[in-house]
Design a protein around this ligand. Structure first.
Ligand SMILES: Cc1cc2nc3c(=O)[nH]c(=O)nc-3n(C[C@H](O)[C@H](O)[C@H](O)COP(=O)(O)OP(=O)(O)OC[C@H]3O[C@@H](n4cnc5c(N)ncnc54)[C@H](O)[C@@H]3O)c2cc1C
Length: 435
């Protein structure tokens, strides 16, 4: 050994951290993945709805969302997995997205789709009704709280149908996806340590030199990558790199409800992911013909910014409100007396777009600010991070001249400057989980 224990240490073994470790290992680097929890994917990845969709508010977001569909669609092939049956599954059911004034009838997004060449189909109101027999075609905007006397009342307008995106769906077991990536990384020579909390980022001669764990163990590597999810801010503070970031991150608490599916959205009947900005909800089929219902962050809901080491893990009324909002669109949704709920954290950036970048400390990198919408891109982000790290470590000045990355499935090149820590707030963002 040359005085270092590893070529690179990845802090966090969630879906993005495990993917980063895998891509670095595939390129021949000696990699160590670290996580303070007992197994891969036990952090916010485990609470993910794991929806895969190509519609985003930026060109790069659309291109990446479209590209990553092809990774999930050939998951075993991508991982070169010896036992495909043991892996998580991808249900490529597509995405149905309601057109409404809140999303500007999808005009901006469809313009990007056309420019990028991503396929979609119009779904006029009668076709939407044919696919989803109980769907209400009323508009309910703006989203309200239940104590508002107008909660649940249609506003007199109708929704002009939806758009269907065929290159999307969802991953059935997000935690297993992180484990799949970990196992592939181990096959490629990477090592992982669990129950291993990073407490200090080491420096030597003005660059990053490794980490010290909470139990005092020192691990030396010239490259350290912060993929700590909702703890990303804390790890960046530890490294002393926050000042050099124009875009910062913080943890936002979110609830996801789990209820029986309305007619037409059942997994057993090929139900699709359904995004409805008009009621500020999204949902996707889940096993047992249930659905998961998340929120599209309407202005009326308070944002619950938290300390990721000290927040309420118990459900509140929020998940029931999300069910009641989606029940405006699907009046046949049964609302159980106790709504089963997942509580977890988004790692939100100032403009709800991710940061995949170097830092002002040479050798210290970050894949953070996933803002509730980057599960899907994880395998792609792993490759982008490995590409970026190799370029910077070979002396490329990424801040002055951002590196490009080629998306091989959709044959499109994107500039990684769009996910720079130094960017100005991107005004094209939805400033919500839609990204
Ligand atoms: C409720 C919910 C629904 C979502 N739905 C979707 C969706 O439908 N589609 C989509 O694309 N995305 C979705 N997301 C977002 C997606 O799940 C996340 O972007 C993704 O899982 C983040 O992965 P990660 O590896 O960056 O973070 P994490 O999975 O949070 O992993 C970070 C890891 O870092 C570890 N760590 C932190 N600090 C330290 C330390 N000091 N030392 C060692 N280890 C440390 C943690 O233990 C953790 O395991 C959702 C997120 C949530 C919370």
């Amino acid at each position: 050994m040359d005085g270092t224990d590893y070529d690179a240490i990845v802090i966090g073994a969630g879906v993005i951290g495990a993917a980063t470790a895998l891509s670095l290992a595939w390129r021949g680097h000696r990699v160590l993945g670290l996580d303070r929890l007992p197994a891969a994917g036990y952090g916010s990845t485990s609470g993910s709805c794991a929806i895969v969709r190509p519609f985003y508010s930026t060109h790069e977001g659309v291109a990446m969302g479209w590209e990553c569909h092809f990774y999930w669609d050939d998951w075993a092939g991508y991982l070169d997995a010896p036992d495909a049956g043991a892996l998580t599954r991808y249900i490529a059911c597509g995405n149905t997205v309601v057109r409404c004034s809140k999303n500007n009838y999808l005009k901006h997004i469809l313009k990007i789709m056309d420019e990028v060449g991503c396929p979609y189909e119009e779904v006029p109101p009668e076709a939407l009704r044919a696919r989803l027999p109980t769907v209400s075609l009323d508009s309910y905007m703006p989203a309200r709280r239940p104590d508002d006397p107008e909660f649940g009342a249609p506003n007199g307008e109708a929704i002009p149908g939806a758009v269907f995106f065929p290159t999307g769906g969802y991953v059935t077991d997000p935690q297993r996806a992180a484990r799949d990536l970990q196992e592939a990384a181990e096959r490629a020579g990477a090592a992982f340590r669990f129950n291993a909390e990073v407490a200090e980022i080491l420096r030597t001669d003005g660059r990053c030199a490794g980490v010290r764990l909470a139990d005092g163990v020192t691990l030396r590597a010239p490259v350290v990558v912060n993929v700590a999810g909702p703890h990303s801010h804390k790890v960046n503070v530890m490294a002393g790199v926050e000042e050099g970031m124009n875009i910062k991150t913080r943890a936002l608490r979110h609830e996801v409800a789990h209820v029986p599916a309305p007619h037409g959205l059942e997994q057993s009947k090929g139900g699709t992911h359904f995004s409805d900005a008009d009621t500020a909800t999204y949902c996707r089929p889940e096993s047992g013909d249930h659905i998961l219902i998340g929120s599209e962050d309407p202005d009326c809901d308070p944002r619950d910014w938290v300390d990721p080491d000290d927040f309420n893990r118990d459900p509140t009324e929020q998940s029931r409100i999300q069910v009641m909002r989606l029940a405006q669109r699907f009046p046949d949704i049964g609302i159980p007396a106790r709504v089963r709920t997942v509580v977890d954290l988004y790692d939100v950036s100032d403009d709800w777009l991710p940061i995949y970048d170097r830092s002002d400390l040479p050798g210290f990198y970050m894949a953070v600010g996933s803002s509730g919408n980057q599960f899907k891109t994880a395998p792609l982000v792993g490759e982008m991070m490995a590409h970026l790290i190799e370029a910077c470590e070979s002396g490329h000045d990424h801040d002055a001249e951002p590196v490009d990355f080629h998306l091989r499935h959709v044959d499109r090149t994107i500039g990684m400057g769009f996910c720079s820590r130094r960017r100005e707030i991107n005004p094209n963002s939805s400033f919500s989980v839609v990204g």
